[in-house]
Design a protein around this ligand. Structure first.
Ligand SMILES: Cc1cc2nc3c(=O)[nH]c(=O)nc-3n(C[C@H](O)[C@H](O)[C@H](O)COP(=O)(O)OP(=O)(O)OC[C@H]3O[C@@H](n4cnc5c(N)ncnc54)[C@H](O)[C@@H]3O)c2cc1C
Ligand SMILES: NC(=O)c1ccc[n+]([C@@H]2O[C@H](COP(=O)([O-])OP(=O)(O)OC[C@H]3O[C@@H](n4cnc5c(N)ncnc54)[C@H](O)[C@@H]3O)[C@@H](O)[C@H]2O)c1
Length: 452
């Protein structure tokens, strides 16, 4: 028998959970279907546990900066409080009972299983059939890319999930991929004593970001004792029962106890039944319009849409999809001021376009920057003050179209720059406002002074 409801949500990760809970709270009959854990990657294997690891690792690094500023300090790193915190506080031992209850308390119906579209508004999960009057929302996220490297598939390599679940720190670790996941986890494990090597195929770390960000990330990792190989592609992987050996195309042979694969994420539409709606199951993502509509009676939110694999994108899109489904007017999605922060120490935050992206778009571009150690607050801060602020200006419109804020609290300083890009605040207004002294964000004013 087919159960008739208002809305079906497939994938109750960050985006799907937000949509399902809001619509149920509005009194719609909503079925939420999740194959793993309600909440998705972010709370169980992503943002939250990784940031707990980073918070602990940063405390260790700060302690090491005491000498010469505040006396002397020694620190004995211990992973067990981190592992316990991830188990007890972040994930309740990877149990989603609280999240399921939150949804059902809001009036939703929860089904555990792997769902498939069978037609417009139609979904099947483990032999149960549902039909949605209003529509289906897809929030199925991504999975780690496992590249077709000779030998890799047969080895016990780690993904972010193993790294988050580990109760011990390996003696040594090779990290494949110098993106956000690779760098954040490389630095955290290194600060807890692992001997870490990062292997990045591109010629610099964090390739989509400013080259200055790549250089800073490399300098910070190397200062932590991490070995960084860029322009280096793994060609063959072996595991002898104890040790990984990675042979790279440029002739290196690297060995370590663990191998973390962090070379990106992929959307898999092949088993979702999107072909029943005339969509391509081999597509790289589900294409959505500005209101998150992906097809007939179909909306999509989060990583699956390909607009940036970030929790803040998933929740932003969820709000728009909810309004659209409810027939309420809402501004459509606008990604001009998309912020992202790599939570290394120093934090590397960026919003909008990089300089090269702005030039590729044909804009008349001017840039300006300030070095954090030369700002008043950076100079006071001393040890651990590395970083910079870079502004990317569209000189025709005299507004910021992008910016990078790297340094201590770089992600927080990014807030002001995000408002400036999003609000298209004229450069003249930014120049003639008051910046609290001596804050890190006052570095924005130092950079603005470089502009004519
Ligand atoms: C290590 C790591 C650190 C990260 N750190 C940050 C960070 O600091 N800040 C940030 O903004 N982002 C971060 N991210 C990214 C963030 O986790 C994702 O962008 C976010 O989880 C995307 O949400 P989503 O709802 O699109 O997908 P997901 O959270 O991936 O949820 C999708 C859900 O759908 C379920 N599902 C899939 N197919 C089906 C099906 N057919 N039927 C039923 N259920 C299905 C899955 O089981 C999953 O639970 C991090 C990611 C990782 C891996
Ligand atoms: N702080 C955050 O907001 C945060 C943290 C972690 C993850 N995320 C999200 O998750 C996404 C995925 O993270 P990620 O780090 O896995 O992907 P990524 O795409 O950001 O980085 C992957 C890196 O691996 C490199 N690479 C690809 N193939 C390779 C190979 N065979 N050998 C060596 N290097 C190779 C790429 O050049 C790239 O630099 C991010 O893009 C981001 O959207 C966000």
């Amino acid at each position: 028998m087919v159960k008739q409801v208002d809305v079906i949500v497939i994938g109750m990760g960050v985006g799907g959970e937000a949509v399902a809970e809001s619509l149920a709270g509005e009194g719609l009959s909503v079925v939420g279907i999740e194959g793993r854990l309600v909440g998705g990657e972010c709370p169980y294997w992503g943002c939250i546990p990784s940031k707990m690891m980073i918070r602990a690792a940063d405390l260790i690094a700060e302690t090491r900066r005491v000498d010469g500023i505040a006396g002397t300090a020694t620190v004995t790193p211990d992973w067990s409080p981190v592992a316990i915190r991830i188990r007890d506080e972040a994930t309740t031992n990877w149990d989603d009972a609280i999240a399921v209850k939150r949804f059902t308390d809001a009036g939703g119906e929860f089904v555990r299983g792997w769902a498939k579209l069978t037609g417009p508004g139609q979904v099947e999960v483990d032999g149960q059939a549902f039909e949605a009057d209003k529509g289906v929302v897809i929030g199925t996220g991504t999975t780690p890319v496992i590249p077709p490297i000779d030998g890799l598939a047969d080895t016990p390599y780690w993904t972010n999930r193993d790294a988050v679940e580990t109760t011990t720190v390996p003696d040594s670790m090779i990290v494949l991929g110098g993106g956000a996941i690779g760098l954040e986890l490389a630095q955290a494990f290194s600060r807890f004593g692992a001997n870490v090597t990062v292997v990045e195929a591109a010629d610099r770390l964090l390739p989509p970001e400013e080259p200055e960000s790549s250089a800073l990330a490399r300098q910070a990792l190397e200062a932590d004792g991490i070995t960084v190989h860029t322009g280096s592609r793994a060609e063959r992987v072996e595991h002898d029962g104890h040790t990984f050996t990675v042979a790279t195309a440029d002739g290196k042979s690297l060995t370590a106890e663990k191998l973390l694969v962090a070379v990106g994420r992929r959307v898999d539409l092949s088993t979702l039944g999107v072909d029943t709606l005339g969509l391509d199951p081999k597509a790289r993502n589900l294409t959505v319009d500005e209101f998150m509509r992906a097809g007939e009676k179909l909306w999509a939110v989060g990583d699956v849409t390909g607009h940036g694999a970030f929790t803040h994108v998933a929740t932003y899109q969820a709000d728009i999809a909810v309004a659209d489904i409810l027939g309420r007017s809402t501004p459509g999605a606008d990604y001009r001021a998309l912020p992202r922060v790599t939570f290394t120490d120093p934090e590397i935050g960026a919003v909008g376009l990089t300089e090269s992206q702005a030039r590729e778009q044909g804009l008349e571009v001017a840039t300006a920057s300030a070095q954090i150690p030369s700002t008043a607050r950076g100079w006071i801060h001393k040890a651990g003050n590395e970083g910079f602020i870079k502004l990317v200006v569209d000189t025709e419109r005299e507004v910021l179209v992008g910016a990078t804020s790297a340094g201590p609290n770089g992600g927080e300083v990014l807030g002001a720059l995000t408002v400036a890009v999003h609000g298209e605040v004229p450069i003249g207004r930014l120049k003639h406002m008051i910046y609290a002294y001596p804050t890190f964000h006052r570095g924005i004013q130092d950079a603005l002074r470089e502009l004519p």
